[in-house]
Design a protein around this ligand. Structure first.
Ligand code: HEM
Length: 430
């Protein structure tokens, strides 16, 4: 759908023909999201629809996500708690669970871990790439054979899921994420599958915790779970092993699918731009991760894992007050904060269509923003770039010419397959 087509087509549908308006909207989101957002930013930056109010300009997205007392996670929070079977920070706002356990999460997912998590990721990624390329096949599936496995092994080693197999970690989080993040119609089967997956992971982790409690701490692996088990909070917080369980499973739910998909979509965004790819390959080999990482985060600006996050407006709010787009958002509205649009807001981001590594951090919302921004960001910031870098260090491992965009969603909300050549030689590097 070309720019300027959408609103004319939408307005031509009778206002009470909600199914048709929603169908058009869904089609535009699925097939021409960037064009849709460009048109909305220019002509209807705060766009009320039957599925929610699209907020598309950068300052307005920030305004929504900075006011958790007004714009709550109530749209998906209850579903996430069904799936986890327990309260969790991403399901709550304000005092209590969110305030307290957000602080706890920052301690457990310590920023200081980043250098060793990068090394761990590099080692695991290389081992998985060696395994998949040793088989002799000309191509492999970057999502299923590499990113999924490497991400799960990093989770096992860093977060502490050792002993739970990779397939369980991946498939459970996939069903959980599908149920709480991308099931707006509350399809009961999707919901039930997410709840069952959450229960399955909970039970595995309960066994794991019971086992770890009996181990001598000296023999215990130095991972996030170990840190959680060594941490004693005041009794009045009621933070028992069930809370440890819910937080650890919640961290995995926030990480596993994201890391897997980001690896594939970042590689896609780099390989569709041959000049950028060549620069990124040079940066990958230069041994300066900070320079390289900027390519990956810029790539993800073009294809973020979370393009839109919903919030529930719980009291009337004047959005963008004092600007020409000032709009009253009535209480009980679902508000869709469109990260993918905000990162292309031409009034804030210089030449947004250009690929420019090293843009100001505030222009990159890939890890969220505000009260619920990614509490795993220090780990995410090294894991995702390193998973991509290990691929770029193998010049033969690339999508075949013409296949750079060929992400296959296999009927799911997330890319499931991405075929790449298996070129054999690794470039010796650090
Ligand atoms: C791998 C790439 C990752 C991406 C792209 C990513 C992205 C995001 C985004 C966009 C949000 C905000 C959601 C919202 O506002 O609705 C978020 C929140 C969160 N992320 Fe991540 N994340 C990643 C890795 C991780 C990791 C490694 C962990 C933990 C180990 C984690 C745990 C969380 C948690 C618990 C929240 C909720 C924070 C809160 O509610 O206060 N994420 N993440």
């Amino acid at each position: 759908m070309a720019v300027m087509d959408f609103l004319a087509a939408y307005d031509a549908i009778a206002e009470d023909d909600v199914p048709q308006r929603v169908a058009l909207l869904r089609e535009a989101m699925a097939t021409g999201r960037a064009d849709l957002f460009a048109e909305l930013r220019a002509h209807r930056p705060v766009f009320g629809t039957p599925v929610g109010v699209f907020v598309t300009r950068h300052p307005d997205v920030l305004e929504v996500l900075s006011a958790p007392g007004t714009f709550t996670v109530g749209v998906f929070g209850p579903v996430l708690e069904d799936v986890l079977g327990a309260p969790f920070i991403l399901a709550r706002d304000g005092a209590g669970v969110h305030w307290r356990e957000r602080g706890y999460g920052q301690l457990m997912l310590a920023a200081e871990d980043a250098p060793r998590v990068r090394e761990l990721t590099a080692r695991i990624a290389d081992a998985v790439l060696d395994e998949v390329t040793a088989g002799g096949a000309d191509t492999f599936d970057l999502v299923q054979d590499y990113a999924r496995v490497a991400a799960a092994r990093v989770a096992a080693a860093y977060l502490g899921f050792a002993g739970i197999d990779e397939e369980t970690l991946h498939s459970c989080t996939r069903r959980m994420q599908w149920a709480f993040a991308v099931n707006p119609g509350r399809d009961p089967e999707v919901h039930a599958a997410g709840v069952a997956a959450g229960r399955e992971l909970h039970d595995h982790v309960a066994e794991l915790i019971a086992r770890r409690r009996t181990e001598d701490p000296v023999d215990s692996p130095d991972d996030v779970l170990g840190r959680m088990l060594r941490t004693r909070l005041p009794d009045e917080y009621g933070f028992d092993d069930e809370r440890v369980n819910a937080n650890l499973v919640g961290y995995l739910a926030g990480y596993q699918q994201n890391a897997t998909q980001c690896t594939a979509t970042a590689l896609k965004e780099l390989t569709v731009r041959p000049d950028v790819l060549a620069d990124a390959e040079r940066a990958a080999g230069a041994g300066d991760p900070a320079r390289f990482d900027a390519y990956v985060w810029e790539a993800l600006r073009f294809h973020p894992f979370v393009p839109v996050t919903p919030r529930l407006c719980v009291r009337d709010h004047v959005l963008a007050a004092g600007t020409p787009r000032q709009t009253v958002i009535p209480a009980k509205s679902v508000v869709l904060a469109c990260f993918a649009s905000a990162m292309f807001d031409e009034e804030v981001v210089d030449a947004p269509a250009e690929f420019r590594p090293g843009r100001p951090p505030a222009h990159n919302l890939v890890l969220g923003y505000g009260a619920h921004d990614c509490v795993g960001r220090y780990a995410a910031r090294v894991i995702v770039p390193e998973l991509v870098r290990r691929v770029l260090l193998r010049p033969g491992v690339r999508p075949p010419p013409g296949g750079e965009r060929a992400l296959d969603y296999a009927g799911t909300p997330f890319p499931q397959h991405y075929r790449v050549r298996s070129g054999r030689t690794a470039v010796p590097t650090t």
